[in-house]
Design a protein around this ligand. Structure first.
Ligand code: FAD
Ligand code: PYC
Length: 417
């Protein structure tokens, strides 16, 4: 059943080692494809999978400048939830959660989706008002979310400190029970294996350097580090680097790139039953199946492409974690890392057509795109195959920054911007 299950288990240990990229034998690119996807993260691989599975396009190449899953897909803290405020966001994130619920079966690959509940803490009156507003809005959209007192929050997550003497006492929480976590690299590999089985070429160490254009300006191919490849359709899904790539097509994107970092503790026996997030004191935590406490920090406030964050941000996060869970102050940190997230002015993604015929873009997921992976790939495949957006991604068009129809989800960003 799991052709690469041993690799899956070894992935985190191997990622970044020189030999890792050779484990997956990339084909040499052909000279022409029906569609090219730029970026072999979860979103790009999911897009290729659904293009092949639901739209019958199998002459597809996924071009990845490094190794698949080596970008944010393999660097994130894997929190999955759909408790976003606005209808447009609720629709796309809930579409993703529903796909997550059947994904291991769909891919015949265990993506370890665990619906252990995502709790968001309130520390002041503003938090209470904002989180309750989300609870009511979610329920109107048919999405589970509920309000807990501090005592109920502690009953759900026993390690939580609810002492009123804390610097920022916990005064309540929202809880989405269907939220949870998944195994990040398994998602990339599950989609990769599924796409590969349908004939998709997944080509690693292949950086897209530019675009070929026809007399009418439409895209006719890409220039890559492995040579030119002709195609009438290009989908760019290269989180953190989108503005650099799109600039090569002459498009200026409304994006800024920031480092976001995370860390894990030494492994311990199961002690932490759910996911806890605090937007106000900038910390989020869960426990992986390997026993490590997975802890995420806020974004660095300077724009950068460096895949690491400032230690002062991690220190700030650890102070918050130790205040919320004093018993964890005795744990040691095992390792930390960073990724680059690209952020739009309204903190919602851009998924759709561009002014250049044949060029499509999926970006701007900021700090929160892992949870969207299946839904994003599904609707982006539709957009590329049909040449028009799926109803779910239609509101997330690039054009909204011209029309002003923004989807301002800043409060759902989960980490400090
Ligand atoms: P990626 O996995 O980054 O894939 C893009 C790929 O494009 C990369 O592999 C890159 O090498 C490739 N690429 C770039 N330029 C080129 C080029 N010129 N040619 C070819 N390939 C190129 N989201 C959540 O929902 N929940 C979380 O808990 C969460 N935590 C996070 C914690 C951290 C520390 C970070 C960094 C992010 C977190 N996120 C979270 C955000 C999430 O990781 C991303 O939104 C999501 O993984 C983006 O997926 P992707 O497939 O678009 O990007
Ligand atoms: O979107 O839930 C999220 C998230 C948590 C940490 C980073 N992003």
């Amino acid at each position: 059943m799991h052709r690469f299950s041993l690799r899956t288990l070894l992935a985190e240990a191997l990622i970044g080692h020189e030999g890792w990229e050779r484990q997956w034998r990339s084909p040499e690119p052909k000279s022409a494809y029906d569609a090219v996807i730029v970026g072999g993260g979860g979103h790009g691989l999911a897009t290729a999978y659904y293009l092949a599975k639901e739209h019958g396009l199998t002459e597809i190449a996924v071009l990845e400048k490094g190794w698949i899953g080596g970008g944010n897909t393999g660097r994130n803290t894997t929190i999955i939830r759909s408790n976003y405020l606005y209808e447009e966001s609720a629709a796309i994130y809930e579409h993703a959660v529903r796909l997550w619920e059947g994904l291991s079966r769909e891919l015949n690959y265990n993506v370890m989706f665990s619906q252990r509940g995502v709790m968001m803490l309130a520390h002041n009156v503003h938090d209470v008002q904002s989180l309750k507003r989300h609870v009511y809005a979610n329920r109107l959209n048919g999405i589970d979310n509920e309000w807990l007192s501090a005592e109920q929050a502690k009953a759900f997550c026993p390690p939580l400190n609810i002492s009123p003497h804390m610097r920022y006492p916990v005064i309540g929480a929202s809880l989405q029970r269907r939220g949870g976590v998944a195994r990040h690299d398994a998602v990339a590999w599950g989609y990769a294996r599924g796409a590969d089985a349908m004939g998709v070429d997944i080509i690693q160490n292949c950086e897209v350097l530019g675009f070929m254009r026809g007399p009418d300006g439409s895209v006719t191919g890409v220039e890559t580090s492995k040579g030119p490849i002709r195609t009438p359709r290009v989908g760019v899904v290269a989180a953190g680097h989108t503005s650099v790539i799109m600039a090569r097509a002459g498009l200026r994107m409304p994006l800024e790139s920031f480092p976001l970092q995370a860390l894990v503790s030494e492994p311990v026996k199961p002690v932490f039953p759910c996911v806890v997030m605090s937007n106000t004191i900038h910390a989020y935590i869960s426990q992986s199946d390997r026993g490590e406490l997975v802890i995420g920090a806020g974004t660095d406030q300077y724009v950068s492409y460096s895949q690491q964050g400032g230690m002062h941000i991690a220190t700030h996060t650890l102070e918050a974690i130790c205040e919320l869970f004093p018993q964890f102050s005795r744990l040691r940190m095992l390792r930390n890392w960073g990724g680059i997230v690209d952020v739009t002015p309204d903190r919602s993604p851009i998924i759709g057509l561009t002014p250049i015929p044949g060029l499509y873009v999926n970006c701007g997921w900021g700090t929160g795109g892992f949870k969207a992976t299946p839904g994003s790939g599904h609707v982006f495949a539709h957009t590329i195959a049909k040449g028009e957006p799926h109803p779910i991604n239609a509101p997330f068009a690039l054009d909204r920054f011209r029309t002003g129809r923004l989807i301002d989800e800043a409060a759902a960003a989960a980490v400090a911007h």
